[in-house]
Structure formats: structure tokens, C-alpha cells
Design a protein. Structure first.
Length: 82
């Protein structure tokens, strides 16, 4: 009878351990899910940043071109003596 009581105690401990592992596993699964969502957001933000950097370079080039045209116009006006 004493052995059965000891076995019952050990089985109870094993069940508690399995329950703790199951709970921890579920928490870890949730963390993985959140990390994947964060990674997806990060990737989207990185792509957006790359697009914005490309646009910025394009606008810098356009600005430089306009600056040169305005300077050329100013030089022509100066030559006319206006």
C-alpha cells in the first residue's frame, strides 16, 4: 500500500511537471508568433525606408537640375542687363 502511495505522489509530480511544460510551451509559441509579427513589421518598414530613400535621391537630383536651370536663367538675365 505504501508503494502505491509513493507511486501516486510521483505520478502527481509528473503530471504537474507536464502541465508546467505545456504552459511554458504555449507561452513560447505565443512569443514566437509575436516575434514573427514583429519581424514582418520590421521587414515592411525596411522596404518602406528603402523606397523613401530612393525617392529622396530622385528629388535631390530633380532639385539639383532645377537649381542649375534657375542659375542659367539668372545668368541670361544678367547678360541682358535687366
Amino acid at each position: 500500500m505504501e508503494r502505491i502511495t509513493i507511486l501516486e505522489g510521483k505520478i502527481g509530480q509528473i503530471i504537474e511537471y507536464i502541465n508546467r511544460l505545456t504552459n511554458e510551451n504555449e507561452k513560447l509559441r505565443q512569443q514566437v508568433k509575436e516575434l514573427k509579427a514583429n519581424l514582418k513589421d520590421y521587414d515592411e518598414q525596411a522596404k518602406k525606408l528603402a523606397r523613401l530613400q530612393e525617392e529622396m535621391e530622385k528629388y535631390r537630383g530633380e532639385r539639383e537640375m532645377l537649381k542649375e536651370k534657375v542659375e542659367a536663367l539668372i545668368n541670361q538675365i544678367d547678360k541682358l542687363g535687366l
